[in-house]
Design a protein around this ligand. Structure first.
Ligand SMILES: NC(=O)c1ccc[n+]([C@@H]2O[C@H](COP(=O)([O-])OP(=O)(O)OC[C@H]3O[C@@H](n4cnc5c(N)ncnc54)[C@H](OP(=O)(O)O)[C@@H]3O)[C@@H](O)[C@H]2O)c1
Length: 315
């Protein structure tokens, strides 16, 4: 098995106490722990590897281990002996899931079950990444964690079923639902808008879907904190504030200092294989119970632009 990257700040393997500093700047005495990340080659996984400094982290992509293979997963967990498993691996092509239902359920649900069973067998804690797509998108107030699941797409159904199965296998697991994830190093909405803006005088963007953008380094830091705080249950983590995709695009163009005109349009002009939720805002109450603060999305966008094009930011 190939380990894609190991981040170890040389704490002793079997648990000598070390002094760690959390992302709010507070220091606390705790044992350095082993962490295994499935999905470490993805948009969030890359940020997790960047942000997770104080523990021994093993990051794995699909070439290292296929989560659909229960034996491989168990072998991996037995070898890496993690205190925490972070399961960020998923088949995330929302439209692709509509025409590849078997793959969606095999990776997103059965794959998650395989990881949960390995976690249970090895006594590891489990943090699973889930999504706003488990809801029906019809609300007009932020979704609380106990709002009934009613996924509308195959992707949402595969993740919702995974949540239910995981809670049966590892009842004390932590499920982090997030939404509208963006970050450097992969395809994401701001990247698409910035690339389109290079060649187009106008861009039409839907103004009837509302959510909260989430910058991967902020999400990654929240995940590290949740693991250090032994979090259990469902926790919603996005950047603070909300907007439509149109408002998000306007802010991207404004902050990047571009001349492109962004025009509002409606979802019926952009029919796609998977239905998109009209409303995806997730309540922050569950993360606040763990003392986790998240920057406003406009601030997070500023950070993203600094990371993406250093020096090209318009204040
Ligand atoms: N992106 C969003 O807007 C968003 C929103 C809400 C929730 N989420 C959730 O957040 C998590 C991370 O999303 P992301 O955007 O970082 O995803 P991503 O960029 O698409 O990365 C997916 C990761 O999963 C791995 N993977 C895929 N199939 C696998 C398999 N069969 N076995 C092992 N690994 C496999 C990929 O490995 P390779 O690259 O090596 O193939 C990659 O590391 C996912 O659980 C997703 O459902 C994402």
């Amino acid at each position: 098995m190939k380990h894609r990257q190991t981040v170890a700040e040389s704490h002793e393997r079997d648990g000598k106490a070390g002094c760690a500093v959390d992302s709010e700047g507070g220091s606390f005495l705790q044992k350095s722990m082993r962490v295994t990340i499935f999905g470490a080659t993805g948009l969030l996984g890359e940020a997790l590897l960047q942000e997770w400094k104080q523990d021994e982290v093993v990051g794995l992509g699909s070439e290292d281990v296929d989560i659909q293979d229960a034996a491989q997963v168990l072998d991996t967990v037995q070898r890496t002996r993690p205190k925490w498993i972070v399961l960020a691996a998923a088949y995330t092509d929302v439209d692709g899931c509509e025409s590849n239902r078997d793959k969606a359920f095999s990776v997103n649900c059965q794959g998650a079950v395989n990881v949960a069973q390995a976690a249970a067998a090895c006594g590891a804690s489990l943090l699973f990444l889930s999504t706003d797509y488990v809801f029906n998108g019809q609300s007009s107030t932020p979704y609380e964690t106990d709002h009934p699941r009613a996924p509308q797409s195959v992707y949402g159904k595969s993740k919702a079923e995974a949540e239910v199965r995981l809670l049966q296998i590892v009842p004390e697991c932590c499920i982090v639902r997030t939404a509208w994830v963006f970050g450097v190093g992969g395809r994401c909405f701001p990247d698409t808008i910035l690339k389109l803006a290079e060649t187009r005088p106008t861009i039409d963007v839907v103004d009837d879907q509302r959510g909260s953008p989430t910058h991967t380094p902020d999400l990654a830091r929240a995940i590290v904190q949740l693991c250090h705080r032994e979090a259990t249950g469902i926790v919603h983590v996005t950047n603070d504030g909300e907007c439509t995709w149109f408002e998000f695009a306007c802010e991207i163009v404004r902050q990047a200092g571009l001349k492109t005109v962004v025009r509002p349009t409606t979802s019926d002009k952009f029919v796609r294989p998977a239905p998109r939720p009209k409303y995806s805002v997730l309540s922050s109450a569950s993360r606040e119970r763990y003392g986790i603060q998240m920057p406003q999305w406009k601030e997070a966008l500023r950070d993203y632009l600094k990371l993406r094009v250093p020096g090209a930011l318009v204040p």
